[in-house]
Ligand binder design. Sequence first.
Ligand SMILES: C[S@@+](CC[C@H](N)C(=O)[O-])C[C@H]1O[C@@H](n2cnc3c(N)ncnc32)[C@H](O)[C@@H]1O
Length: 387
Amino acid sequence: MTFEEMKALLIEKITQHQLITATISQPRMKSNDIKRIKLKPILLKDIYHIQMEYQFERILKHENIALTEFPAKLEDLFADYRQAHIDLLDEKIHIQLSKKNKVMWKTEKAATQKQVNLSHNRKKNYLLAEDTPYPFLIRLGVQTADGKVKKQKYDKFKQINRFIEFIDDALVHLPKDRQVRILDFGSGKSYLTFALYHYLKIEKGLDIRVTGLDLKKEVIEECAQIAEDLGYEQLEFLVGDINDYNNESAVDMVVTLHACDVATDMALARAVKWGARVILSVPCCQHELNRQLDTPALDIMLQHGLVRERFAALATDAIRAEILSLVGYETQLLEFIDMENTPKNILIRAYQTNKKPSAEQRAKYDAFVKLLHAKPFLANELHDYLS
Ligand SMILES: C[S@@+](CC[C@H](N)C(=O)[O-])C[C@H]1O[C@@H](n2cnc3c(N)ncnc32)[C@H](O)[C@@H]1O
């Protein structure tokens, strides 16, 4: 097959609505900032589009393309990339291009015809389904006995579902040959802790042991009782302060959802010290940097309390991500959930790679914290790992 025939065939299949997902990778130029592009079909106002997800080193960007624009887009993609994995309704295609565009094309027929999910907001595609009664959600007061999500709990339901999606994506990074140890720090009423236990242990049958830790004794006792009543034997709840929690020598995954202020940093530091392979953390209120910020050059912004608060919160998360990257994690800041649901909508996702940072990366971090007069709690906690 020639390069031109390959592109024509792909355009034909994709414009006939056969696409489920595709990943285009292997940039021809090392300097290309976009390492990978994922494609999937979506409906926008009932019109079929292709959503492109551009994966930069740290961030993801999205673009929605009408089918009429797709052929030109495909030309551009193959001008810049040499590899593609394409999942269609009835076959999978693997394409490898040589530097001179010689085509290696492999296909595998799918055993059964698949379905395409075209929903943009994934409303009907939650990992915990909306109308299915889940015993833990009923006990936690999120669902009624017949499985309806209570109106006032809908935001929480969406948040835990979204979090579970991130956990699902991270599974490839977790060990498969032994029990997986998971900690949820600042678990509070523990909606997420129960949900992740349910999803990983009960639905996916994985060998896991989960601990939820929180300062609130009564809340934790209630959660422990629910876990016992539901027979969730590998789920425990402990009362305690994250900073004093030294019961572990190694943990595979640490999660936090809205752990207040530096409680998030305590959890991140613990995770790094235990060599956690996966860290997923949605921070909450950030006050530490707001108090430290002292950068006259930014006064035009910082003189406004609201802007100062938001800037401090964003800079805090950027600093957290950079520190994690400097201590050997591939780290991204991702949109957790839409702003109407909660303004606390950044998720820090870090996968352990043990990659050493470059001197330039370290210098950029040093310059940034110096500029802001920041003395990050996390940097202090991870001092030995950063130097
Ligand atoms: C906003 S709540 C979030 C609870 C839960 N993760 C959720 O999303 O529903 C924050 C929780 O963090 C807990 N927390 C704050 N600092 C903590 C610390 N140092 N150690 C343990 N828990 C802490 C609080 O007690 C509170 O329950």
